[in-house]
Design a protein around this ligand. Sequence first.
Ligand code: 9UX
Length: 72
Amino acid sequence: STQICRIRIKGMTCTSCSTTVESALQAVRGVQKAQVALATEEAEVQYDPKDLSYNQILEAIEDTGFEAILIS
Ligand code: 9UX
């Protein structure tokens, strides 16, 4: 199954920042698709809720050094 969450990410200032976050998300088991937009400071992540919760997605982002806040 698939869930989608949107997350605000604080502190990204360049495309290298957003690529780092996007790659980290794509490497998490259970993440099916991850897109990070620098301009809007938002990530949209598709994931299988059997594999992980949105909290683990927030943690994966914070592990890259940026603040993550769940939008929806
Ligand atoms: Mo470039 Mo983004 O050093 O932090 S990766 S600004």
